[in-house]
Design a protein around this ligand. Structure first.
Ligand code: C5P
Length: 219
């Protein structure tokens, strides 16, 4: 059976660390908005899917949603995803992916990996090894081999994700996998992420993404 896929792309952050006149997801990367790169790649890798983009009220009318459903963002990323789930309550789906609109370069292969893993697991997340050495904030060393950095898109069995979001917000919910785990859906597969799937955070990241694009990132 073909999986019915609902994509949620969150782009309602204000990007206070970025320091430009607009949130980072609306900056241009090779003449195309960072968000539009993300939308195009997610849609191309999931033909026949339904895609909802979450934007703040201030930007929703100003930015082309490229034919996606638009939901209005909330106070935190968790609230933005929750609003997208509520706005698409009548969309039948087997798998829901959630992607940061500030990550312009997810590859088709990675998107396919997280979705495919949902037939065997509660969900799947792309991860990459940590290359820096690590210390806890109390100064004690930590073994970096025990850790992975987590990216998006993350993919989940749709019914389970909807149930997991049926709880009160907690500040430790930094991504969707943490919401699933808190709800008891702990079988989350770790699949290969991609170091070039960067999240635009600082202005220099646009230049780095530009170089990654020239090296074939996002294909
Ligand atoms: O702030 P951070 O980079 O961790 O945000 C990750 C993603 O979540 C970004 O794409 C951002 O636009 C989105 N976000 C959101 N609603 C918020 C906060 C963040 O959609 N209230």
């Amino acid at each position: 059976m073909t999986q019915r896929i609902l994509n949620i792309i969150v782009a309602a952050g204000s990007g206070s660390r970025f320091g430009a006149d607009r949130p980072k997801q609306f900056c241009l990367l090779q003449n195309c908005m960072v968000l539009h790169h993300a939308i195009k790649r997610i849609k191309a890798a999931t033909p026949g899917s339904h895609t909802v983009v979450v934007m703040s009220r201030d930007w929703a009318d100003a930015v082309d949603s490229l034919g996606c459903t638009v939901a209005i963002g909330g106070a935190t990323r968790w609230h933005s995803v929750k609003n997208a789930l509520d706005a698409t309550a009548d969309v039948a789906a087997d798998v829901i992916t959630v992607h940061d609109g500030a990550r312009p370069l997810p590859s088709a292969a990675m998107i396919e990996r997280v979705i495919a893993a949902c037939s065997q697991h509660h969900g799947a997340i792309p991860v990459i090894p940590v290359t820096d050495s690590l210390r806890r904030v109390d100064g004690s060393p930590a073994n970096r081999a025990d850790f992975r950095a987590v990216q998006t898109p993350q993919a989940f069995c749709a019914d389970l994700l909807r149930r997991a979001y049926d709880v009160e917000y907690r500040p430790e919910f930094t991504d969707d996998a943490s919401v699933m785990t808190a709800a008891g859906y702990t079988d989350i597969a770790l699949v290969d992420g991609d170091p070039m799937n960067l999240k635009i955070t600082l202005p220099m990241d646009i230049e780095i993404a530009n170089v990654y694009l020239q090296h074939g990132a996002g294909r």
